[in-house]
Design a protein around this ligand. Structure first.
Ligand SMILES: [Zn+2]
Ligand SMILES: [Zn+2]
Length: 834
């Protein structure tokens, strides 16, 4: 089974017995296009597409007829036309997307499986045999010598490796006919385009199969037990289920059968965890997970039980589930039933390195998991992450890794790939190029994404391609030289975007624009330059300049109307989303307020120079320790991202997604910040220089009953991208100083490191120290005022957050709560007791 699929997937062009015969498109000018009356809508459309493309390529509109004799020269399109052609025919049935092209001296026969094979055959004919390239929705490239190209006689058969191919860009969903040209089979139901594959993306749905509103009251035990409570509400779409509850199998079977009734053509029905990590910890679930050494244990046992029952009436339907975050590691003993499909998600992976690159610490663990799943399941679908979810328009260095990663999926039982990118945006960073590269690699895994990108640039940017190619090479080499591992949630620093690199990127695009000769090429280069402008806007706000009580971005290297230029490009090319959640319009508003000058307070004594921005959550944007002139506040990222801030976790108040303005009163070496929340509570903060310490105090006074819970979110510069715990030490008092990170945790990803220090809150001190650069930061606090410490450390970002969560309290009217802590600069690492 496996072998035959692989053989079919090969592209074969074999010469016929006739030997060296061939044709050229130029010799087909007198031919007819034949498509039978009985052809499907998609096959008829395929015939008109053949006609249209031939006219654009060769200048001649060939007549479209229902029957013709091959002796006069004809192109037969669709199985019915091919069968009636009198040409040698191969009656073996083809899969729904497989295509067959037979070329003889006086006939071209293109047919394929239904519903999409024939249409794909037409595109394959132009692409593979005539050198045509479907570059963008409005640019198809025809080689100047297309009419004279030699097309050897023979048979070409293609059966795609992946049955599910989704290059997730606004460019494909907005232009489904273009998506069909790229053979993306997931965006349109239009019968003309052959509809979409019956396989559906595995997406979070267990809380929709078992709605808490319907079942929660009578059966709270159906839902996950988290921290001792049956959770009926949870972020990420809803609660997880208690997967070991035997009664629940019947409930989910009913829901699945209902789904099948509603979606009779669906090849798979999802039973997939919600988007949170609140899995069930009840004794039964925990026992299965412990035995299986993975939280996939309880989930998979449950999905198997449902699959066993659904199989009786619907053996052809797959039950699909995630291997995502807490279920990513395959279980030790349980094997998915043959009608269970797994969709493995790479959210923790590094995008710069290919998935199977052994030099990448983030990707090694994923490969081990995929290897494990491959051993126990034939149907592996992949959800791969290909963009910067925190900056859709910023440069992203994954053009070298896309091809090898897709090939790796194909070689490891991958049957479908969702390449998640800026799907809810448009005109994002080089989106035309990326969409082309991804779709071509999905259609034929094994293609080299870098070569595909080079080809796109040469054909699309024409005379301007040189500087754009030079930029791509230089930028990928730059990221390589830094040894960083950017994931799909990177910051500018993990993408190596700095004032210096942004200036250089802008230079490449300026050079490219200067070379453009036609209006069309100029427009394409301007569209591509969006990423250079976006990088410049970020970089110019990394280090703010201060004058007359306000802070401004540093535009010394750019034109003073940089933001207006960027806004105009966004408007012109319809770039609507700055990141996955943030509309461009909102981002531009935020940046406009900064470019107009934001009120800033500078504090200074002999040790410290601080800059506080009251109007932007009271964030601290500079903390320079004057004796060493080191700014420990995290700087290498755009202003719209957070810094040293404090966020209200319950009720109204400043948060990362709720930027509020404080009133500010400045005293010598102190700023007092205050604001009133929507429910009338008074939030007061004080930031003061006290000798060599920076003292932070926060107090909230309730006007109506409300909870009190605040997250202190200080981001510091580590001045190192090393994950080595000998270089970057993290320390807590417990009750004496101890190092919280060691060799065994050094390679762990940020999420897994958070729990390391959580409970060390009792010691009242928290610190990091860079042993190479010989500096660090200590936070001292009153442990009675805090409930937990939180660590966020991402070496790629050159960043560490020593986060602290306040005690959680319920305040009555007039009651207040608060806390204080101090930040000190360390010249020596905390002393450990032996
Ligand atoms: Zn349970
Ligand atoms: Zn990496």
């Amino acid at each position: 089974m496996q072998t035959s699929l692989l053989i079919l997937a090969l592209t074969t062009l074999t010469a016929t017995a006739m030997g060296a015969e061939s044709i050229t498109p130029g010799a087909m000018m007198s031919w007819k296009i034949v498509c039978a009356t009985a052809a499907t809508p998609s096959e008829k459309y395929a015939a008109t597409e053949f006609q249209r493309l031939f006219k654009e390529m060769g200048g001649k509109e060939l007549p479209l007829v229902e029957a013709a004799d091959a002796s006069d020269g004809a192109i037969f399109i669709g199985p019915d036309a091919v069968l009636g052609s009198g040409q040698p025919t191969d009656r073996r049935a083809l899969d729904e997307e497989a295509l067959r092209i037979r070329v003889t001296p006086n006939a071209v026969c293109i047919d394929g499986g239904r519903p999409r094979g024939t249409l794909y055959g037409v595109y394959e004919f132009y692409e593979e045999l005539c050198g045509v390239r479907f570059l963008t929705f409005d640019h198809t490239y025809f080689p100047p010598d297309a009419a004279q190209r030699t097309i050897p006689a023979g048979v070409l058969v293609v059966n795609p490796t992946f049955v599910f191919r989704w290059s997730y860009y606004g460019e494909t969903s907005r232009y489904p006919d273009f998506a069909a040209r790229l053979r993306v089979n997931t965006v349109s139901d239009d019968p003309k385009l052959g509809g979409r594959t019956g396989y559906r993306l595995v997406n979070h749905n267990v809380a929709y199969l078992v709605p808490p509103a319907k079942w929660g009251k009578e059966h709270p035990e159906y839902f996950a037990l988290v921290n001792g409570q049956r959770k009926l509400e949870e972020g990420g779409g809803g609660p997880q289920l208690c997967m070991s509850n035997p009664e629940l199998v019947g409930v989910v079977v009913e829901a699945v059968l209902e789904e099948i009734k509603k979606n009779p053509t669906a090849r798979n029905i999802n039973i997939a965890q919600m988007d949170n990590d609140s899995y069930c910890t009840c004794p039964n679930c925990a026992a299965i997970d412990a035995l299986e050494e993975s939280h996939a244990g309880a989930t998979l046992a449950f999905v198997n039980a449902v699959a066993e029952r659904v199989e009786k009436s619907h053996p052809e339907v797959f039950l699909s589930t995630f291997a995502y975050q807490y279920t990513r590691r395959p279980p030790k003993n349980i094997k998915p039933r043959p009608n269970v499909m797994i969709q493995l998600c790479s959210i923790e992976c590094c995008d710069f390195h290919a998935i199977e690159d052994p030099s990448c610490p983030l990707n090694r663990a994923f490969c081990a998991d995929l290897t494990g799943w491959k051993k126990i399941v034939n149907h592996v679908f992949i959800w791969h992450y290909n963009t910067n979810f925190k900056g859709y328009v910023l440069p992203f260095p994954n053009l070298r890794s896309i091809g090898p990663s897709v090939a790796y999926f194909a070689n490891n039982n991958g049957k479908g790939v969702f390449m998640q990118a800026a799907g809810n945006g448009f005109s994002t960073e080089l989106s035309d190029l990326r969409n082309y590269v991804m779709a071509r690699c999905l259609w034929k895994p094994g293609r080299d994404s870098w070569k595909e990108a080079e080809e796109f640039c040469r054909l699309h940017y024409a005379e301007s391609a040189g500087p754009i190619l030079a930029y791509l090479k230089w930028y990928h080499d730059l990221v390589d030289s830094f040894g960083v591992h950017p994931t799909c949630f990177p910051t500018e620093s993990s993408l190596c975007i700095s004032p210096e690199s942004a200036r250089r990127i802008m230079g490449y695009f300026r050079d490219a624009l200067a070379l453009a000769k036609s209006g069309a090429v100029k427009t394409r280069v301007e569209k591509a330059s969006l990423c250079a402008y976006r990088a410049a806007v970020s970089a110019s706000s990394m280090k703010l300049t201060y004058r007359d009580g306000k802070c401004y971005p540093d535009l010394s290297e750019y034109s003073s109307d940089l933001l207006d230029q960027y806004a105009a490009l966004c408007q012109r090319f319809g770039a609507t989303m700055d990141d996955e959640m943030l509309p461009t319009a909102r981002y531009l508003d935020l940046m406009r307020s900064l470019h107009a000058g934001l009120k800033a307070v500078a504090l200074e004594n002999e040790f410290w120079r601080l800059m506080v921005v009251p109007e932007s959550n009271g964030k601290v944007v500079e903390m320079t320790y004057k004796p060493t002139r080191r700014n420990i506040a995290r700087a290498p990222r755009g202003f719209n991202r957070f810094r040293h801030e404090e966020w209200i976790k319950q009720g109204d108040g400043p948060r990362s997604d709720n930027i509020l303005a404080f009133d500010a009163q400045t005293e010598p070496q102190r700023v007092r910040l205050a604001l009133t929340t929507k429910d009338g509570a008074r939030l007061e903060r004080s930031i003061a220089l006290v000798g060599d310490a920076v003292r932070f105090e926060t107090r909230l006074t309730a006007e109506a009953p409300r909870p009190f819970e605040v997250l202190v979110h200080p981001e510091y510069d580590t001045a190192s991208m090393s994950a080595d715990s000998d270089i970057l030490g993290i320390y807590v008092k417990k009750p004496d100083w101890m190092q919280a990170n060691g060799k065994e945790t050094a390679a762990l990803h940020e999420d897994q490191q958070r729990s390391m220090v959580k409970d060390a809150v009792g010691g009242g001190a928290y610190a990091y120290f860079n042993h190479q650069a010989k500096f660090g930061v200590e936070q001292r606090f009153d442990s009675s005022q805090f409930s937990a410490l939180g660590l966020f450390w991402d070496p790629s970002r050159q960043q560490i957050n020593l986060e602290m969560t306040s005690k959680v309290l319920s305040l009555t009217r007039g009651q207040s709560a608060g806390y204080a802590y101090e930040v000190r600069y360390l010249k020596n690492a905390p002393e450990l007791t032996k």
